[in-house]
Design a protein around this ligand. Structure first.
Ligand code: SIN
Length: 495
């Protein structure tokens, strides 16, 4: 495959610089971009764009997003392939990621006619009280390599219809995906016409660029997706200037499997959740908490399922597991497995697999680790396909194990017992932002709000009412009478 032809079709101009994009499929260099020297110019341009964009009626703003969805539909196969080439996720997932962009654009177009506020009853006669939602200001979106286009779309589609310019800092590992999306945005903007320059921009650079955006008073909202360490470094800087952050950070997601669970369904769900995207989703299933009465049976079934996985070139139909993003990910995986062995875990799989003669690519067999009991090492998120298995006897014990990690992103329970399912979803059940029944923790749809608690950062992106994070709320009280009654019956009159 000729990467330049693919980029040409996507309208990506030639560029070069010291940020090098490598395909994890074979380790080859596929392009490079220059870091943005400083973000001030971009933030100023976004500030200017904001002055104009906030006055554009929201449904007209939605029209830009509708046209972007059209561009994405037309470019779906090329952009999906580029996602696969730059991240190593299998083509089905690359295409799925573009579909997710299309879905959130469609959602945002509808939303552009639904940015509603409430009216509240007022105690004062001939008064009306209501709230209105207004654009917030420039939004910076920092994204990770594993969802190089969809996470931008979750944020940008909402931010744009809410009236905000967007500055995107993609991962240094996936700059070409960002350039391709930017080219599609420009096509949509050109078709609509009258779009202020600076409405959608991309800046490149490592942590310094993210820090510069976090520190800049011209950024009204910093939305950051990535590790907990990254969030803990950026959020206090935004808070120090009383800016807003929206954080979607690490996950350490568990599934509880109860005795009544349909084990065929459970195995299928666990497989997608634990090894999909080579274990590199924020929502990847990392801990399986199984009732002791069915544990041996489930582990055997999973070993058989793992043995049948097709690992290889993610562009090929039939491949289910592609490469890790790079050598550091492989090394981290091996260290975690070594620690698990030292803690008495029985490790199945997990070794390096050579694909072709690609010595610079890092393919690893997904690992299943049967642990003798709970271990502190399971509290750490290793961004690789490692699934730890532990047992439980009571549901309370299982819920405590589910919640007993610093992160709080996604969780599932597999059961046919309504009481168990509802308990898991209740206020004393899973403490995660996502709690599912009889499906795995990963593979969210855009209609729901996405994010989690504790070390996951507390932010919500995508569906439901996540749009409110991108707007400012004003409460309005209108007196349409001739008297001036004060609230709480206060009398304040001159003699
Ligand atoms: C992610 O953000 O890592 C995954 C989202 C999902 O699985 O739906």
């Amino acid at each position: 495959m000729n990467i330049r032809e693919l980029l040409n079709r996507l309208g990506v101009p030639r560029s070069s610089g010291r940020i090098t994009a490598r395909s994890p499929i074979d380790g080859s260099v596929i392009g490079s971009v220059a870091p943005t020297p400083d973000v001030n110019h971009a933030v100023d341009a976004a500030g200017d764009a904001f002055i104009r964009w906030r006055r554009v009626p929201p449904p007209r703003r939605g029209e830009l997003v509708r046209l972007l969805a059209e561009e994405l539909r037309a470019a779906k196969s090329d952009l999906g392939l580029l996602v696969t080439v730059e991240t190593g996720k299998i083509l089905q997932e690359g295409l799925g990621e573009v579909q997710e962009m299309i879905d959130i654009c469609d959602f945002a177009v509808g939303l552009s006619r639904q940015l509603y506020g409430l009216t509240m009853a007022t105690e004062r006669p001939e008064h009306r009280m209501m709230e209105t939602w207004h654009p917030l200001g420039p939004v910076a979106v920092v994204t990770a390599f594993n969802f190089p286009v969809a996470v931008w779309a979750w944020n940008a589609a909402l931010a744009l219809v809410c009236g905000n310019p967007v500055i995107w800092k993609p991962s240094d590992k996936t700059p070409l995906c960002a350039l391709a999306v930017h080219a599609l945005v420009e096509r949509a903007a050109h078709r609509l016409g009258g779009i202020p320059a600076g409405l959608c921009q991309v800046v490149f650079g490592g942590a310094r660029t993210a820090v510069a955006l976090a520190d800049h008073p011209g950024i009204a909202l910093l939305s950051a997706t990535g590790s907990t360490a990254m969030g803990k470094a950026l959020a206090p800087r935004v808070a120090a200037r009383l800016g807003r952050s929206l954080l979607e950070l690490g996950g350490n997601n568990a599934a509880v499997v109860c005795p009544s669970a349909d084990l065929d369904l459970t195995v299928r769900a666990v497989l997608f959740a634990a090894v999909g995207t080579a274990g590199q989703r924020c929502t990847t299933l990392r801990r399986l908490i199984v009732h002791n009465s069915i544990r041996a049976d489930l582990v055997d079934r999973l070993k058989t399922a793992y043995a049948s996985l097709t690992l290889g070139d993610p562009r090929e139909a039939g491949t289910l597991v592609g490469p890790l993003i790079g050598r550091p990910a492989f090394t981290a995986m091996q260290s975690a497995l070594e620690a698990a062995r030292s803690a008495g875990g029985a490790v199945h799989g997990g070794g390096r697999v050579m694909v072709g003669n690609w010595a610079r690519a890092w393919y690893a067999a997904p690992a299943l680790v049967d642990m003798p009991g709970p271990s502190p090492l399971m509290a750490t998120e290793t961004f690789a396909p490692i699934l730890y298995v532990t047992g439980f006897d009571t549901l309370d014990e299982a819920i405590a194990a589910n919640n007993g990690v610093p992160q709080g992103l996604a969780s599932s329970i597999f059961t046919r017992d309504l009481g168990e399912a509802e308990t898991f979803l209740s206020a004393w059940g899973s403490d995660c932002g996502i709690a599912n029944v009889n499906i795995g923790p990963s593979g969210a749809e855009i209609g729901g709000a996405f994010g989690g608690e504790k070390d996951t950062g507390g932010g919500r992106e995508s569906g439901s009412d996540a749009w409110r994070a991108y707007m400012r709320r004003t409460t309005n009280t209108i007196n349409f009478g001739t008297e001036l009654p004060l609230a709480q019956g206060i009398r304040f009159e001159t003699p």
